[in-house]
Design a protein around this ligand. Structure first.
Ligand code: GLU
Length: 429
């Protein structure tokens, strides 16, 4: 009989470690009682399948050599290849990328895409580097993770501070190393390079679609509904515009430069214009500014965190006065904040449903790349909307059936799908 304790955690999975990985583990623990016989396999979800740390040495424009730390984590591939973005941020860590990769597994399964979950990142503040330096950093990173990515292995995509241009460099680097143009290795590419129409807007559009579904179920009219948004990048910016165009009042927007406010609703088109020229919301004309504390305490119908993890936490959850939180970001709410908001009756549409529009259109892009047959933007948006509404409706039904939050319901659906695949595949050897 082996002395081995079945569930000894590897050192880098220290349960004491706070932050996004701790949040994710708590979410899995909360769902475990609902998994029945599949609970036997739940440990699979608590450790990533494969984690790669790479050194990214690059010559800077001034001739100096800099070294950056890069990661690619494949959390689970039971249902298909790894899928998930690459993030450039000065605070990226292995533990954060692990959590983000795990949320990708749950997200793909929650909306029933044939993917597992993965994520990548480079610990770098991209604002401090020239375009040529960013290109070299991206290419060297891609080369370093090149052995574990591929159209049938793991497919990167944009995330915080990365975009279609970064994906083009990744696709080109991978293709040069393979000796064959391989469009399906990344998604979120430029349309001229096998990218999909509608991909840039997809995450924000998905946030808007499920936000409207949740508002309808709560008896809130989108016309005139007060919306506050944290984050005004690709996700927050698009969601803000769609809510604005639908007649909602986006009363406040917060980004890394500050927070702007107008009780009668901000002119989002003017704000997008200002941000395009100035890089952030601060200093936008004809708008009041607010402190972060004031921002969180605004009375709204919809609050959309669309920035980074852990933004709704035990420090601000008591002050938050909104009916519905729609999580555009990954992991924006800590388990403590989940409990505080839940006790107040605040509805939270979890990230794994709310921001799944991006990976859904990534899936469409991947399919289009394989068939070399491209769909119209109308077709993309129509299919996206149908999939988002279906995911929202089925999650809602499970939440009612078990009398649990939308997050726990989404995790029940997703973890069941992942672990059923895990079980039926069986262990090798
Ligand atoms: N980075 C996005 C996310 O967090 C999209 C990932 C993808 O398209 O693969 O969902």
């Amino acid at each position: 009989m082996s002395e081995y304790r079945a569930h000894t955690l590897p050192s880098y999975l220290n349960p004491e470690q706070l932050g996004p990985w701790g949040t994710y583990i708590e979410q899995v623990e909360r769902v475990t009682p609902y998994l029945g016989r599949l609970g036997k396999w739940v440990e699979t979800l608590k450790r990533p399948k494969r984690s790669l740390i790479v050194d990214v040495p690059v010559e800077l424009d001034n001739g100096a050599i800099a070294h950056f730390e890069g990661y690619r984590v494949q959390h689970n591939t039971s249902r298909g290849p790894g899928k998930g973005g690459v993030r450039f941020h000065q605070e990226v860590t292995l533990a954060e990328v692990m959590a983000l990769s795990a949320w990708m597994s749950v997200k793909s399964a929650a909306v029933n895409l044939p993917f597992g979950g993965a994520k990548g990142g480079i610990r770098i503040d991209p604002r401090k580097f020239s375009r040529a330096e960013l290109e070299r950093i991206t290419r060297r990173y891609t080369s370093e993770i090149g052995t574990i990515i591929g159209p049938h292995k793991d497919i990167p995509a944009p995330d915080v501070n990365t975009n279609a241009q970064v994906m083009a460099w990744m696709m080109d680097t991978y293709s040069m190393n393979q000796g064959a143009t391989t469009t399906g290795v990344v998604t979120g590419k430029p349309v001229s390079l096998g990218g999909s129409l509608g991909r840039v807007e997809a995450t924000g559009r998905g946030v808007f679609v499920v936000g409207c579904e949740a508002a309808r179920d709560a008896g809130i009219d989108i016309q005139g509904a007060r919306v506050a948004i944290q984050g005004f990048g690709n996700v927050g910016g698009t969601a803000a515009r769609l809510f604005y165009e639908a007649g909602a009042k986006v009363i406040a927007v917060q980004d890394y430069t500050g927070c702007v406010y107008d009780a009668n609703g901000l002119n989002i088109l003017a704000l997008l214009n200002h941000v395009e020229k100035n890089g952030g919301v601060m200093g936008a004309p004809n708008m009041e500014s607010l402190t972060a504390t004031e921002f969180w305490a605004l009375e709204t119908e919809l609050l959309i965190p669309a920035a980074l993890e852990g933004q709704l936490n035990s420090d601000n959850a008591n002050a938050i006065r909104t009916r519905i939180v729609v999580e555009g970001a990954n992991g924006p709410t800590t388990p403590e904040a989940d409990d505080i908001l839940g006790a107040k009756g605040t509805i939270i549409i979890p990230d794994v449903i709310a921001n799944a529009g991006g990976v859904t259109v990534s899936y469409f892009e991947w399919v289009q790349d394989f068939s070399s047959f491209y769909w119209t933007e109308m077709e993309i948006n129509h299919r996206l909307e149908a999939m988002m509404k279906a995911a929202y409706a089925s999650t809602s039904a499970v939440a009612k059936e078990h009398n649990v939050s939308m997050r726990t319901a989404a995790f029940i659906v997703a973890c069941t799908r992942i672990l059923e695949a895990r079980e039926v595949r069986g262990l090798y050897p």
